[in-house]
Design a protein around this ligand. Structure first.
Ligand code: NDP
Length: 322
């Protein structure tokens, strides 16, 4: 089967299209014939070596396709089932072996590309808005990169939960995309101080929570934008990792800082089925809109990585495989 592997961590050019034997599912595993794979920043971090794994690495952490075979003891899915998953590595490939407990069945009306686009960023938006800081009507949140893959879904879920949403973006075109997603106010954080603007827009109080996927360039101002006892959910680092901090920085508002990750919000199969079920059903029902920005053939994975890193994309990037 064809797959995209990294033998030496580095730039997009280190993503190599190789032919390797199709894997066999072991106990508790299923072999999935992939139709689509999501492209995510986590794939870039495994490619560059920021996140470590044994080499060679088959890249890709999100996919959708059809169960081809199952290993011993699998009860969650059966051959022929249409399934999707996130956070099992190896989805830039024609086939992937995935722990069956991580697979969810795709609703009948949803296509593979939508399902692949929904899982990782959709469940991330779900845990951030429903669990990390559970939004309710009357709350105000600040969402960075509000036209991005995760950001665009956070904006929509926050609005569905009744919150007021301030979004940051880098360009006027992205501002329009964030508004279409439902952002009440959009701040061009490349042209003004977003913390000052967030305070102005909240009458000086500050926001209840900042969902920050940008990291290095936004971290300090995200803290400044919070109300007393507000929460900074730092869930990514698209601009680079935040340097070490002195915890006393939180004393300015008795602030809460968390660095959440999706696996810790999918601790049981019940939790996975709850989050994935709500995300996929919301898409099926038209309450959550996916913005698939670009789709590439498997062989063009390096182009997809360059595009995602270039800051020019707005929404989901996918590899169409099957
Ligand atoms: P996005 O679609 O949001 O793309 C990244 C966006 O970040 C850009 O479009 C850009 O938006 C903004 N950005 C700001 N500075 C930079 C920069 N220097 N270089 C590139 N982009 C920049 O990506 P994702 O939604 O896929 O992921 C965003 C982050 O969230 C990643 O770090 C990812 O790993 C993390 N993440 C974490 C998860 C978790 O559970 N912890 C789960 C999912 C994602 P603009 O032009 O508007 O500034």
């Amino acid at each position: 089967m064809k797959s995209i592997q990294v033998n030496v961590p580095g730039g997009p050019e280190n993503l190599q299209l190789v032919d390797i034997p199709t894997p066999k599912p072991g106990p508790g595993q299923a072999l999935v014939r992939l139709a689509a794979s999501g492209v995510n920043f986590i794939d870039i971090y495994f490619r560059t070596g920021l996140y470590k794994a044994d080499l060679p690495i088959t890249i890709g952490s999100e996919g959708a396709g059809t169960v081809e075979a199952v290993g011993e003891g699998v009860t969650e899915v059966a051959p022929g089932d249409r399934v999707a998953y996130a956070m099992a590595r190896g989805s830039y490939a024609e086939y992937a072996v995935v722990p069956a407990a991580q697979l969810v069945k795709i609703p009948a009306h949803l296509d593979f590309q939508s399902a692949a686009a929904a899982m990782l960023q959709g469940m991330t938006a779900h845990y951030l808005t429903h669990s990390t800081f559970a939004l309710k009507p009357g709350d105000t949140c600040l969402v960075h990169a509000a036209a991005g893959g995760a950001g665009g879904l956070i904006v929509q879920m926050a609005k569905n939960l009744g919150a007021r949403v301030l979004g940051t973006v880098s360009t006027a075109e992205k501002a329009q995309i964030a508004r279409v997603s439902g952002a009440d106010e959009v701040i061009l954080y490349t042209e003004c101080e977003f913390d000052v603007e967030a305070r102005r827009l909240t009458g000086g109080r500050g926001v209840d929570v900042v969902y920050d996927s940008v990291g290095k360039t936004t971290f300090e101002k995200s803290l400044n934008a919070l109300r007393p006892r507000g929460t900074l959910a730092l869930f990514g680092q698209s601009s680079g990792s935040v340097p070490p901090i002195d915890p006393a920085i939180l004393a300015k508002g008795s602030l809460f800082l968390t660095r959440p990750g999706l696996p810790h919000y999918l601790l049981t199969r019940e939790e996975l089925l709850w989050r994935a079920g709500e995300v996929l059903d919301a898409i099926d029902a038209g309450k959550l809109r996916l913005r698939i920005d670009r789709t590439y053939p498997l062989a063009d994975a390096a182009v997809a990585h360059r595009d995602l890193e270039s800051r020019k994309t707005a929404g989901k990037l996918l590899l169409a495989i099957g």
